[in-house]
Each structure stands twice: as structure tokens, then as C-alpha cells.
Design a binder for this molecule. Structure first.
Ligand SMILES: Cc1ncc(COP(=O)(O)O)c(C=O)c1O
Length: 501
């Protein structure tokens, strides 16, 4: 490890690519653009420099799927930097990491405990593995309706009900930067000889500064996926999967990545992972400090302005609250007078050149990163000031459907095991009579063929294969009546649910 440390100021993959570039070799290999020579002129300004190092597995540049040279070196440096025993580069985002992580742990029909509010790649991972998921419902943030984290007591109860469960899958932090301390979850799972898998897509910067939460690896997770492209400087799709300890099957992870990732991985993306790691190791804390200073100034300005409310506000110490940690780089703002909806606020910001991450109907999520400059922050300050001058913000009743997000009806706290199966997908639209669409009342007791996601807040009430209980059916009717929209289904328009026949 000591020699790793001394190499942390290098970027072996990127440097090998630059050295190859410097030799002015002639390409008789793919890619066909031949270092950008074939590019249309109109793309040259934007793409030529990147294409000039858009290499493939040529001598000296290693092979992602059989890494033993500069790519392996870069991965080992990343493992050392992020606190893993082993790290593998991903060129298909955290999406591919989640697919591999679940399939490496679950065989067909194995049970896995899964936080209900997960990214769709987790569901696709369950389908690929043919696993059975026991979903645990998250808490809903009382002021904003955002789904946060699950309770350890629910995990304990689920383990009593399903002692054969292989692992617990958590998403931490959520999109808004809200999360929990993972150590108790790791200890609970490990005491029972089971794994903790964490989708830390939004937390590649965790652990690098006292003001950001600790990383999942440092709290004992066995495998962790991070989108290095989200909060750090990797190019889009650049991500990493980190593993540690004896419980995770590294060989299976490697084999799965070989199946799921392209055999022509992007060298610019991999080089950007190498450089992102170098930056974090050599200047991570100072660099984060600079970003935190910018975002803290923005929060103070918001406080002084006293027009928009924002979250996450603080780091609640109270362990009974399910959201215990907050990422200082995320700022979700909303108009507490309810004059402007989230969409209206987003449109007004965009009209002034400030493009935001998303809106959930009420809040607009601003993602700062350590790369955000003070000038960027001042742009959004200017835009918000203009909005306040243009629109008289006067207290109004919160309108439906957003008002209803805050009083969502009950859904299953700990689900029964739901079997995920790729065959359900291959049948979709192909096999006559595989599905039917029925009224909510007639759907009770049947298996849903749709993912039914009230949006906001975007937590699936039904997963494909999940048996529709009377209480969920009732909840869906209430949600539809209150004007909440639905994703993944025509239920909102037709009031009918698609079920397996
Ligand atoms: C929680 C979570 N996990 C995984 C992903 C997928 O990440 P990627 O875009 O790197 O594939 C996302 C994407 O937004 C996400 O929000």
C-alpha cells in the first residue's frame, strides 16, 4: 500500500494514453474515426481533442476485461484512494455496477432485502438475477414528501421473517443527499453472515472532508457502487464498483462486468476516472472545502433573503429520524408561500440560464459539486433575486396534487418476497393473453404486471410481480383521486391495473 501511496500523484492510464498520443503513431486499428481525422468539421471544436485519445486495447494500454497493466494500476490506486480492497472501473455508470452487484450475490430465487426507493437499475439487477426481493419502505420527509431511508428495526424484523435473505441493498444517500449512518446496518448484516450492498451513486465524494458524511466503505459495506461522474470529475458514464472483505465474490463481479460492459470500453471515460481519483487523492479535502465554501455562502444568502425554504437544512442528531446525514452539496429549494410550483421555479431559473438537476413538483434540486465556482453561485443568486422582483410571493394554500404528497396513504412496510423474472420481460407484448387490464377492485390478490410509481414522490407502490393487496389498491385509488400522476403505467389515465393472467 505504501508504494501505492507514492504513486497517487500519477495517473497511469491517462499518462500512457498521452504518451502514446505524443509518439504520433499511425492507427491501423479501430475506432474508425482514426483519432478524430474522419470527424466532420462542425464537430471538430468540440470532439477532436477527446477523439485524439479515443483509443482501444492496443499495446501498452491494457484491456479493461483482463486488466493487468495501466488499467489495473489505475484501479488499484482508486481502491487505495476510496478505501476499498479492490475497485473495478465501470464505463456504463452505476447502472452496470448495480446489475453486477446483485447478480454476484443472488442466485435464482434467492431472497434479498431491498430499500423500496431504488433506482431502476436495481430492479433490472433483480430481474437479471431472478432474485426475490423483500422491499422495506423508507420514511417520508414530513415537510417535503421526499423518500429518505429505512429503519434498522424494519431490517431486523425482515431478517426474522426471512432468515435465508442473502443481503441488504441500500441506496445511500438519496438524490437529495439525505442518508443514514450505515455502520449499524453493516454490523447487523455481518453478525448474521450476510452482506451489505450500497448504491452510493450520489456519494463518490463521501469521506473526503469532515463536512460530508462518511463513505459506505468506511462503515463496513461489502460492495459499493459510485457514479464518479455525478459528484466528481469523471465523464458521464464513468463510475466505480468497490469491494472489501471476504463475503463478496470478486470473481463473480469480474465475470459479470465482462458480460455486461462493452468489449470496446471508452478510454476517455476510463482516463477521466483515473484523473478523478488523482484529484481526490492529491487535493480532495481542499478541493471539497472550496466547493463547500461556495454552497455555504449560497445557503447563508438564502437564509438572509428569507423567501425560499431549502433542504436538507441540518444534520439531525436524533437517531429516531431516518434521515441522519446530509450532503452539503445538495440544495433543494421551494417557495413556502406556494405561489410558484417547482416546475414554475425551474422554468424561471432556466429562462435565466440556470439549469437545475430536477424538480419533484414542489422543490427544485440544485446540485453543487466541488467544481462549482462562486461565479456560478452568484448567477443563481441573481436569477432568484429577479424571480422575487418579478413575482409577488404571497401565501397561498398548497394546491393538489402537491399538497397530497405530504399525506400519502399507507403502503406495505415490509413486502412479501417478490419474484423477479426476465421471462416476464421477454413475454411483454409478445405472448397473447399474458396480461390483462382490470379495475383496481378486480386486481386485488393478483400479480401486478406494471411498475406503478406515483410521481412525486417517485417510490414504486407496486413492482412487477408484486401481489396487489387491498390496502395498496385502496391507496392507489386515493392517490388517483387526489390528482397524483403515475409513471410506468397507464393507471393514471385508465384507472385500470395491468396484471399477470
Ligand atoms: C440512486 C441511483 N443509483 C444509480 C443510478 C444510475 O447511475 P448512472 O447514471 O451512473 O448509471 C442513479 C442515476 O441517477 C441513481 O440516482
Amino acid at each position: 500500500m505504501c508504494s501505492q501511496r507514492s504513486k497517487q500523484s500519477q495517473a497511469p492510464l491517462f499518462e500512457a494514453m498521452v504518451a502514446h498520443h505524443g509518439h504520433k503513431h499511425v492507427s491501423f486499428h479501430v475506432p474508425g474515426h482514426k483519432s478524430g481525422q474522419g470527424l466532420l468539421d462542425e464537430g471538430a471544436n468540440f470532439l477532436r481533442t477527446v477523439m485524439s485519445i479515443d483509443y482501444t486495447e492496443i499495446t501498452g494500454l491494457d484491456d479493461l476485461h483482463h486488466a493487468e497493466g495501466v488499467i489495473r494500476e489505475a484501479e488499484q490506486l482508486a481502491a487505495d484512494c476510496f478505501g476499498a480492497e479492490d475497485t473495478y472501473f465501470l464505463i456504463g455508470g452505476s447502472t452496470v455496477g448495480n446489475l453486477a452487484m446483485i447478480s454476484a450475490v443472488c442466485e435464482k430465487d434467492d431472497i434479498i432485502l431491498v430499500q423500496r426507493n431504488v433506482h431502476k437499475s436495481v430492479i433490472h439487477g433483480l430481474m437479471l438475477a431472478g432474485a426475490r426481493a423483500v422491499f422495506i419502505a423508507p420514511d417520508i420527509h414530513p415537510e417535503t414528501g421526499v423518500a429518505t431511508s429505512i429503519h434498522i428495526e424494519d431490517v431486523q424484523q425482515a431478517l426474522e421473517q426471512y432468515p435465508e435473505a442473502k443481503a441488504l441493498f441500500l441506496t445511500n444517500p438519496n438524490y437529495y443527499g439525505m442518508g443514514v449512518n450505515l455502520k449499524p446496518f453493516a454490523e447487523l448484516m455481518h453478525a448474521k453472515g450476510k452482506l451489505l450492498l450500497v448504491d452510493e451513486a450520489h456519494g463518490a465524494h463521501y469521506g473526503f472532508h469532515p463536512e460530508v458524511p462518511a463513505s459506505a466503505l468506511s462503515q463496513g459495506a461489502d460492495a459499493v457502487v459510485q457514479s464518479t461522474h455525478k459528484m466528481l470529475t469523471a465523464m458521464t458514464m464513468g463510475a466505480m464498483i468497490h469491494v472489501q472483505g471476504p463475503r463478496i465474490n470478486r470473481m463473480a463481479i469480474k465475470q459479470l462486468l465482462g458480460m455486461l460492459q462493452s468489449s470496446s470500453p471508452s478510454y476517455p471515460i476510463m482516463a477521466s476516472l483515473d484523473l478523478a481519483r488523482k484529484r481526490m487523492h492529491t487535493e480532495g479535502k481542499d478541493w471539497l472545502e472550496q466547493g463547500i465554501t461556495v454552497v455555504n455562502e449560497f445557503r447563508s444568502w438564502l437564509d438572509e433573503l428569507n423567501k425560499f425554504d431549502f433542504h436538507p437544512r441540518e444534520f439531525p442528531e436524533n437517531q429516531s429520524q431516518r434521515h441522519q446525514t446530509a450532503d452539503p452539496f445538495k440544495v433543494a429549494i421551494y417557495d413556502p408561500t406556494n405561489t410558484l410550483t417547482g416546475s414554475e421555479l425551474k422554468d424561471r431559473l432556466e429562462a435565466q440560464g440556470c439549469f437545475v438537476e430536477m424538480t419533484d413538483g414542489r422543490q427544485v434540486l440544485l446540485v453543487f459539486t466541488p467544481a462549482s465556482s462562486r461565479a456560478d453561485m452568484l448567477r443563481v443568486v441573481h436569477a432568484l433575486n429577479n424571480i422575487c422582483s418579478d413575482v409577488p410571493l404571497q401565501k397561498k394554500e398548497l394546491q393538489a396534487p402537491i399538497s397530497n404528497i405530504l399525506k400519502l396513504p399507507y403502503y406495505t412496510q415490509i413486502s412479501s418476497p417478490i419474484a423477479f423474472d426476465m421471462r416476464d420481460i421477454s413475454k411483454a407484448g409478445r405472448v397473447e393473453g399474458a396480461f390483462s387490464k382490470v379495475s383496481v377492485q378486480d386486481a386485488v390478490g393478483k400479480r401486478s404486471a406494471d411498475m406503478v410509481i406515483p410521481y412525486p414522490p417517485g417510490i414504486p407502490y407496486l413492482y412487477p410481480g408484486e401481489v396487489i393487496s387491498a390496502s395498496v389498491a385502496e391507496a392507489l385509488l386515493q392517490l388517483a383521486a387526489s390528482g397524483i400522476k403515475f409513471q410506468g403505467t397507464e393507471f393514471g389515465q385508465t384507472q385500470k391495473l395491468k396484471i399477470y393472467t
